[in-house]
Design a binder for this molecule. Structure first.
Ligand code: 4NP
Length: 158
């Protein structure tokens, strides 16, 4: 069966979406679903193309046994809307930017992450200007969201 391909998207692709990518990949590997689900991340902005994740996201992941230090920032491209099945924006502004970028017929792949995962119309807030403690809260939010996402996708991956 073809894997479900999930793309997490935030603004910079250095704080939220690479951490979400690491958290989901870890959960997928733990459940033995690596061949059923592929995950990647990207940003709507171009500032951090080629950059590693923010050190606070790297640290938050590391505290929970996940290494995201090798990930590198990239910008969402038109091809992503064909290459991925689900394009999940971290906040409402990411979703609006994605819908503007979506080639015709692909906008239905775009959703607000927590709304799609758990039916909660809630943003994953941008932690860039926050302190280190915001990154632990971010991790917890992403972990809960990814767990709900896997529950929701269960029917498609099993
Ligand atoms: P992210 O956080 O969207 O979660 O990666 C940000 C990182 C960088 C910037 C904004 C948000 N920036 O403006 O450079």
């Amino acid at each position: 069966m073809k894997p479900v391909r999930v793309l997490f998207v935030c603004l910079g692709n250095i704080c939220r979406s690479p951490l979400a990518e690491g958290v989901l990949r870890e959960a997928v590997n733990r459940k033995g679903l690596a061949s059923a689900l592929e995950v990647d991340s990207a940003g709507t902005g171009a500032w951090h193309i080629g950059d590693p994740p923010d050190r606070r996201s790297i640290e938050a992941a590391r505290r929970h046994g996940i290494d995201i230090s090798a990930l590198r920032g990239r910008q969402v491209a038109a091809a992503d809307f064909n290459d991925f099945d689900l394009i999940l924006g971290m906040d409402d502004s990411n979703v609006r930017a994605l819908k503007r970028l979506a080639p015709e017929g692909t906008a239905e792949k775009v959703h607000l992450f927590l709304d799609y995962a758990s039916g909660r119309e809630q943003d994953v807030p941008d932690p860039y200007y926050e302190g280190a403690e915001a990154f632990e809260a971010l991790y917890q939010m992403l972990e809960a969201g990814c767990s709900s996402l896997l529950d929701r996708l269960g029917a498609r991956t099993s």
